[in-house]
Write a protein that binds this ligand. Structure first.
Ligand code: SF4
Length: 280
């Protein structure tokens, strides 16, 4: 995993640089290889399903599935969930590097038993797992109980893009509300698991508000990322147009100082943010 850590000092130095430099950096970066997306967090991914009831209107996995004709549209993605039976019963071995689970679905009551089966197999083999989810409290409690003996091998990464339920509901119509996600974070934290937060994409003008609330319960990192607008499902395109100014360099420069100070050294910038700021 290659997660470049940008300190607040780095950010202030970059902030002073002229925009021209940023444009040049962007030109160079077009030809250079870079670590981005889930590769910033883990070496490999495992999934047991394709499709997700949460129906997030920015879902990257759904975009890829639509693009490569594995599903028709976001409605299909949300309602026509396919299960990979072989991936549930497979005898996983120890892999090099951390494994992210899941990336093309979420963990919810209907697939919890199968998710636990896979996680148990992976952990028994000695793997390090990054569990990424918009957390359902019941599922998090069960995972904490069932996998307690493996807690040193597990890090939770809970996605919380806003503290405003109207905003969450607009973008992530079937995902747990803010309160449930915070309760899940506290549950994992109080059970002694490693905890981290993804504010990617941030969904409104106040990611600082999320950082302030989650920081005391985060043992590891808080990741800030913008929304990738390429190939957005049609349900997300219009919404994006109304708020794309949130993903500008100007907006980021305005909020980042506060974000750094509230995050107490835990803030990490996703590749998407570093790119906009010319920090790579
Ligand atoms: S929770 Fe993740 S996989 Fe599910 S729809 Fe949202 S972004 Fe996609």
């Amino acid at each position: 995993m290659n997660s470049k850590i940008i300190s607040f000092r780095n950010f202030k130095e970059i902030k002073k640089k002229p925009t021209k430099k940023t444009i040049e950096t962007k030109k160079i970066r077009k030809t250079s290889s870079r670590t981005s997306g889930t590769k910033e967090w883990a070496s490999s991914n495992i999934n047991i399903q394709q499709g997700c009831k949460n129906g997030c209107k920015y879902c990257y996995a759904a975009r890829m599935a639509i693009r490569f004709k594995r599903c028709e549209n976001l409605k299909d993605w949300t309602s026509n969930i396919q299960t990979y039976e072989n991936n549930i019963t497979k005898n996983y071995r120890k892999r090099n590097g951390r494994i992210m689970f899941p990336t093309t679905h979420d963990i919810y009551i209907n697939n919890l038993v199968n998710c636990l089966e896979v996680l148990n197999t992976l952990l028994r083999a000695g793997n390090e797992i990054l569990i990424t989810t918009k957390p359902d409290l019941y599922c998090i409690k069960e995972i904490c109980d069932e996998l307690y003996q493996y807690k040193k091998q597990i890090q939770f990464r809970f996605t919380i893009g806003s503290k405003n339920d109207d905003v969450l509901n607009t973008w992530e119509p079937n995902a747990p509300d803010f309160c449930e996600r915070i309760s899940s974070l506290k549950c994992a934290f109080w059970n002694g698991f490693k905890t981290s937060i993804s504010i990617e994409p941030y969904l409104d003008s106040n990611p600082q508000g999320v950082i302030e609330i989650v920081e005391p319960f985060v043992t590891e990192t808080i990741w800030l990322g913008v929304m990738n607008s390429r190939n957005l499902p049609k349900e997300g395109r219009e919404l994006y147009e109304n708020q794309k100014k949130l993903y500008s360099r100007e907006f980021l420069e305005r909020i980042l100082e506060k974000c750094y100070s509230l995050a107490n050294g835990k803030l990490r910038l996703k590749d998407s943010v570093r790119y906009i700021l010319g920090m790579n």
